[in-house]
Design a protein around this ligand. Structure first.
Ligand code: AGP
Length: 609
């Protein structure tokens, strides 16, 4: 969604705000703006466009001051233009505010304020907050913030600066994430850790319905009643300070190439390689609990949903538990029958996806058991569930998820292995998987090295395509869906993923010479049937790009291009098979001149339903 940043300290605020906006712009980048208190008045600069174009126009002499707030926007209410850009302010510029989230009763409040003589200038819901806070924010900021919590519905993370208080930022949080960054004689507020860019030594997660009064040498946190609450600091870990591309052209490229190391760390952090079992002693689900579970619902959106499709396979095949993957935003529509014999597992890179959070809240209301597989354990979803499996992918900045996806797959596989052991269903397939897990990091490295040339050839053939088809079977049906999502979200080519068995039931009508098909036919029980599908496509003049096991002598006979991947057990293969599809999407998008890390219309974290 949007990103907010605030700074109060001894340095000039503007450069800190600009850097923070840059680091947050993956959350939304329609427009950006800053408000700086110059000691006398509030100065606001904002416009449509990206921070890289806007920042050079902002004059440090005009925007001089050590207290300020900044914002980068993904438009929800009001078109992306200068008037609707944040910070929003009241007519007299007494208050400036930046906001992430949605004020659901904005129309009623707007009407009430207009009747009281307020003139609105923007189409945003955010401007309502500015007018409400302007009334009392100067003489009693806590009372003003409490009034917002009483009267405003929806979810919002807010940061205010008031003209009468050059030394202070007031932050309010309900639902949308908001962190306080604690530094040396300076403090910050931000939508997430990355924006603190190494300036903060510790962070405080502002809780729901909490208020923070942030000054250079002091931070107070209060609850909705106005009572002080304990400020719980968490040290910032070294890897959390990471903010650059490490020499790669895009964050997505860096994150694709980080996958071997992340996989190695994840597996070695969870596997007891001596006794050959996955350790989840930190979870509240132990053997007796797993034995009581009669069904697992995996809920997520987008890429994380594809991981759930894979996870359902792994749990059903290995732990013999009925398991289903569900799109989180469709969960409540089913009115699912839940109780304490159902385990709901939420999967989310950010831990802030509103649709997934709502699905977890439903599970909790229905007394189901809950876990989450997250890349950000200290997130909204992480705070709701009974236990969190950290996928340890490290900060993922590219809007198109890559290393988090493979982190989700491996985490879900390890969880399924642990559940199998708890339920006494560990079979030969499970033992083969445990033995082969160590091979995954090198298999990814080999795949990246051996497919680079073929991918370049394929890109030359397909980059002008208008449509593409991705086909896979079994757990690789999820890989097909994920490969298609990567291609569509960064190259803007319409790409559809299908379980290959579906071809004869409709999609084959689409096959023609100008619609490339990517098929996954690596080792396993589905290979021969996949090659049958490939022949059906070729018989209709379709171009075929085939993912096949290294040394598969039939593959070059049936396909136009072959992407070789190491042979792995069928439930491990998807972790590696998705990698060449990530690279194919990346290279195609680059050839098409698309914005890879910040694709149009998208945002990294969708904190609205
Ligand atoms: C994936 O490439 C997309 N950016 C998107 O589908 C994403 O997976 C989805 O919005 C879920 O996000 P989450 O994992 O943070 O919950």
């Amino acid at each position: 969604m949007c990103g907010i940043i605030g700074y109060v300290g001894r340095s000039q605020a503007l450069p800190v705000l600009v850097q923070g906006i840059r680091l947050l712009s993956y959350r939304g980048y329609d427009s950006a703006g800053v408000a700086v208190h110059d000691g006398t008045t509030l100065r606001i600069e904002k416009d449509r466009g990206r921070i890289s174009d806007l920042a050079p126009r902002w004059d440090p002499a005009t925007l001089a001051g050590s207290t300020g707030i900044g914002h980068t926007r993904w438009a929800t209410h009001g078109a992306p233009n200068r008037v609707n850009a944040h910070p929003q302010s009241d007519a007299a510029n007494v208050v400036a505010v930046v906001h992430n989230g949605i004020l659901e009763n904005d129309l009623a409040l707007r009407e009430e304020l207009e009747k009281a003589g307020v003139t609105f200038r923007s189409d945003t819901d955010t401007e309502v907050f500015a007018h409400l806070f302007a009334r009392d924010g100067g003489k009693d900021p806590v009372a003003a913030a409490r009034e917002l919590l009483d009267r405003c519905h929806g979810h919002f993370a807010l940061a205010f600066v008031h003209a009468d208080h050059p030394e202070r930022i007031v932050a309010v949080r309900r639902g949308s994430p908001l962190l306080l960054g604690l530094g040396v004689r300076e403090n910050l507020v931000a939508s997430d850790l990355r924006a603190l860019a190494g300036r903060a030594d510790a962070v405080v997660e502002l809780g729901d319905d909490q208020i923070a009064i942030v000054e250079a040498d002091d931070v107070r946190v209060l609850d909705k009643s106005g009572s002080d609450v304990e400020v719980v600091r968490r040290p910032v870990e070294e890897h959390e300070r990471e903010t650059d591309k490490a020499g790669f052209a895009h964050f997505m490229a860096k994150e694709i190439h980080e996958q071997p190391e992340r996989q190695y760390e994840l597996v070695h952090g969870r596997m007891d390689t001596v006794r050959g079992h996955a350790r989840f002693d930190d979870l509240p689900l132990q053997a007796a609990d797993w034995k009581r579970i009669e069904r697992v619902d995996l809920v997520a959106c987008g890429t994380a949903y594809h991981a759930c499709l894979y996870g359902a396979y792994a749990l059903e095949r290995l732990a013999r538990i009925p398991a289903r993957a569900l799109m989180a935003h469709e969960y409540d529509a089913r009115q699912p029958r839940l109780d304490d014999r159902t385990l709901v597992i939420a999967v989310s890179q950010s831990g802030e996806t509103a649709d997934t959070k709502v699905a977890v809240e439903l599970a909790l209301r229905e007394k189901a058991r809950t876990l989450a597989v997250l890349n950000v354990p200290h997130s909204a979803i992480g705070r709701l569930v009974e236990g969190v499996v950290d996928m340890h992918a490290g900060p993922e900045v590219g809007v198109a998820s890559t290393k988090a996806y493979t982190g989700m797959l491996t985490s879900l596989l390890l969880l399924a292995l642990a559940a199998a052991e708890a339920r006494g269903t560990t079979n030969d397939e499970a033992r083969e998987l445990i033995a082969a897990l160590d091979a995954v990091p090198d298999a990814i490295r080999r795949t990246l090295a051996r497919t680079e040339g073929v991918v370049a050839d394929v890109v030359r053939e397909i980059y002008r395509a208008g449509n593409m088809l991705y086909l896979g079977r079994g757990p690789d049906a999820a890989t097909a869906l994920e490969g298609a999502l990567k291609m569509k979200e960064i190259s803007y080519i319409h790409a559809e993923g299908y379980p290959a068995g579906e071809m004869k039931h409709g999609p084959i009508a689409l096959v023609s010479f100008d619609m490339p098909t990517v098929a996954i036919a690596t080792a396993g029980p589905w290979r021969d049937r996949m090659l049958g599908n490939v022949r059906e496509v070729k018989a209709r003049d379709g171009l075929v790009v085939l993912l096949a096991a290294e040394g598969d002598v039939d593959a070059p006979k049936v396909a136009d291009f072959v992407l070789p991947v190491p042979s792995l057990p069928p439930l491990l293969a998807p972790i590696v098979n998705v990698v060449p599809l990530q690279v194919l999407a990346y290279e195609t998008a680059k050839r098409r001149g698309c914005d890879i890390d910040q694709p149009r219309n998208l945002a990294k974290t969708v904190t609205v339903q």
